[in-house]
Design a protein around this ligand. Sequence first.
Ligand code: KIV
Length: 272
Amino acid sequence: MSVPGSERRLTVRHFRKGGGPYVCLTAYTAPVARLLDPHADLLLVGDSLGMVLYGLDTTVPVTLEMMIAHGAAVVRGSRRACVVIDMPFGSYQESPPQAFRNAARILAETGCAAVKLEGGVEMAETIRFLTARGVPVCGHIGLMPQAVHASGYRVQGRDAAEAAGVTADAHAVAAAGAFALVIEGTTRPLATAITRALPIPTIGIGAAPECDGQVLVSDDMLGLFTAFTPRFVKRYADLGAEVSRAAAAYAEDVRARRFPAAEHCFDGPPTG
Ligand code: KIV
């Protein structure tokens, strides 16, 4: 029986080929998750939080503890969206058992629906190991930020050999049992061809509108993270400017002794 007015949370089974376009956004905190939840099918607790929240230069130093703490907050702050949490660098590449141990912690300690990990052909065995043991996995191929020290941040698939490699990655991840696949930073024709060929939904970021869904780093589209804005990002708000304006107005009030306002102060007998 369902409780009137309550909505069931989406699971990975919601994401089927042909069922999109799926709306996906990153979220790292409970209050932002609460605001995004009614509009998103999937909330991704991305390891981009290392750069966006912690001011790190790359996602490489992000820890499992950071992902679990923020992931649990996003699950608490949301009711409807399917919450997926990134496995951070070093938490899954060593072996399938290492990946399972850490994925199990993420699922058990946060209540999320699935994990995401970067990698193609080389990660297929790990994805198969996880999915066979009850861990739903979202793949991530193309530009893989955790591999920045090896490959840099550059669009993938501009030449035929590279495009063939990314295509092989996509098929390997799907065949290994991933429920969806993030395609980041590839050419549009490549992402479109992969989307048409794959039996699982693709979620594009800097890839192609033809993907089965799109994901954006929320702080990019809200204008909160301005250190670097990728070319494909569309700014839907300028919250960074709003925060500056509000802080300046508060500072002015404090310096002029207008804060707190008289009507908001607590009454009591005069002292001194
Ligand atoms: O970490 C992240 O936010 C991501 C998205 C950019 C897909 O992986």
